[in-house]
Ligand binder design. Sequence first.
Ligand code: 26Q
Length: 813
Amino acid sequence: MEKKPTIQYSAPASNVEHIKRAIAYKLVFSIGQIPAIADTTDWLNAVILSVRDLMVEDWLKTVETEISNPNRQVHYISIEYLMGRTLSNALISTGLYDQVKQALGEMWIDLDELCEMEADPGLGNGGLGRLAACFMDSLSTLGYPAWGYGLRYDYGMFKQCIIDNKQVEKTDDWLKYGFSWEFFRDKAKHVVQFGGYVIQEGEIGKWVSDGKVMAVAYDQIIPGYNTDTTNTLRLWSAHAYDDLDMAKFNQGDYANALGKKTMAENITSILYPDDSTEHGKVLRLLQEYLLVSATVQDIVHRHYLVYKTVDNLADKIAIHLNDTHPVLSIPELIRVLVTDYQCTWDKAWEMTQKIFSYTNHTLLSEALECWPVSMIGKLLPQHLQIIYKINYDFLEFCKKSKFGDTDFIRRVSIIDEDNGRRVRMAWLAVIGSHKVNGVSKLHSNLMATELFGDFAKIWPDKFINVTNGVTPRRWIGIANPKLANLLNQRIGGDWRKNLTKLSNVKQFVNDKSFLKEFFEIKYQNKKRLANYVFENLHIQIDPNAMFDMQIKRIHEYKRQTLNLLHVIVRYNEILQNPDADWVPRVVFFSGKAAPGYVVAKGIIEIINEVAQVINNDARVKNKLKVVFIPNYSVSIAEMMIPAADLSEQISLAGYEASGTSNMKFILNGAIIIGTLDGANIEIKECVGDENIFIFGHTAEEVIEIRKHYDLNKYWQDQRIHKALTDISSGKFSPNEPNRFAPFLMGNFQDYYQNLADFDSYYNTQKKVDALYRDPMKWAKCAIMNIACAGMFSSDRSIQEYAEKIWNIEPINA
Ligand code: 26Q
């Protein structure tokens, strides 16, 4: 037999001269553009293609190693990934930033300008999607063999414009100029079926579906920081199973011939912009199932290619469910194993429980997914039967245990019989997983005692905590390069991979030159933001004022309203006492409201109206400004967070599962004013009581207060009374004086206890002012926050997941 030839290829080199040529080559031969007339988009795409080339070899090697040295691998399934821009991250991870900057400079192109031009893919709503992105970064950086699976929406999170003070949504056509990072994987595709009926035969019956679509893969490279491990993010896009209905086409029925194709492609056309409610939409269920079915088939298929058996699947594969959105993976894995790989039910179920784990991100009842049985039955008849069998076996097991009374059975049943027969997706996730985690200590405790309290009685060890974290590579390295430099000079660069090294900063808290440099960096970052605000919103702000920020989704429980109430009270006090020694403040808000969430949209509107009145009131001068920055996104966060002095983390205690911006803020030397909620509690433990401003009732007190909430009592408070009367009487909405009439006493509910926490918030804000008056003390406190932020790296979170949940080891361990 003749030996196969070795295929040679020339790998790209990474010195400046080669990079220059590579970029020019891409510009001419891949983009098809003459360098003399190329615009910045052409250059950007040429740079992306050449940098991608430099990452491909490590990537393919990682995939090869996974096949030849098959340790257990984790598969992270998330319906959202908020990756942010890719270029600067890729350049810094691979250590190519300086060479590429020089290469471009020699061609008179500014790399930083190109980086700023890159689109920011918004394939997520907020915290959950961004967490998935930080986790992908940490998995690669720590060298874990991992695959991320998600959906490639044609349109990401809507773009938010503010017109007449109101949120107006525009579509996010992020693929308009192409997305040069991705690889279209023509061969990685799976048929996804829907509808039809089940013929009762064998253990799970035979599914005769009545619709099929094709899920095709687009892969992205996820480089680790300064490591060879380079993982894959695989996003599915829906296509027609057969492109055109040729019979119809030939009969001239073009519209219907295309109909099926359009229907199929609709499935991944848009990200649902709602992060709490909005259940019951067939298209959303189709999205969830497409993600799950393509992913599970892909995982099992790739496993089978290596081992030629599925018997060892549970030893080699871990699958993690980022919230319940991908929980249909559980019945899908059983279906695939029994139908396509001839497993018995018992074996399939045993493996399933070993393979799956699940993270809960919310206790809000309206955010817990429940799907009508009728809808699942129609769309996924076999999955409904599998869910019924899982439920039957589980309830039988309960009945035999000491917990088997009828009330208990009714509560733990996957089928909620009391609310129109619905499938409780979180229950399915708990029953099908071996570990379930919350995302901060408080949230995990509440999760195991309240939401899943019944299940924790049966399986006390199943419920654990893994506190969230964020990647320091992006949230210091990219967002705040000046601070990164200062840290490098003073404590070396190890913090990027070992964030606890930040504690070495403590030795500089009394070092005048360090404090001065920190100050100067903060000032520069504030100036940059002030310029942005001036150029885009035409509001002049002073970088010497305290920059106070609340940037996150608009939600009643997050209490942007409490912040605004304080702003109005402060405004009234400034007017009453203009010559007092006011600490100048700029209060920033940024965040999107779900398009159907009327109250949240009202909150945006009133913030903007109050801003308009205050910013244009000459009597206030520079003592107070209010700025709403439109279209909050990863790239806006990267600009704002490094410029913050004060970070508002003021949710009603017990409602914010963790929060992750709180971690990004302390990494960048901002001080938190916050409630004892989510990860704020652990931040307080780390930074010390003297370096965080805590106010408000505890989660326990909140429950007590709710039992006899006395709105009248708080209404007596003159500050509150005046502020709310100002709003409801139309002071901020002169064109429509009745617009905020709901704020009138009587209509006002205050479910999230804004008024009960107001006094404590107000007094704490006074303490914040006092500290800000002493710049050196403020700087010390801010620096202590940086020094104590080590625990909030997503590397630490991923390490815990790897050890406590997934049982995986680094590739080169
Ligand atoms: C569910 C069903 C139908 C439509 C949409 C959804 C949906 C989509 C997104 C439900 C929830 C989300 C996102 C939730 C989220 O971002 N939660 C946040 O997760 C962070 C990471 O753990 C935490 O830090 C935040 O506290 C939590 O609010």
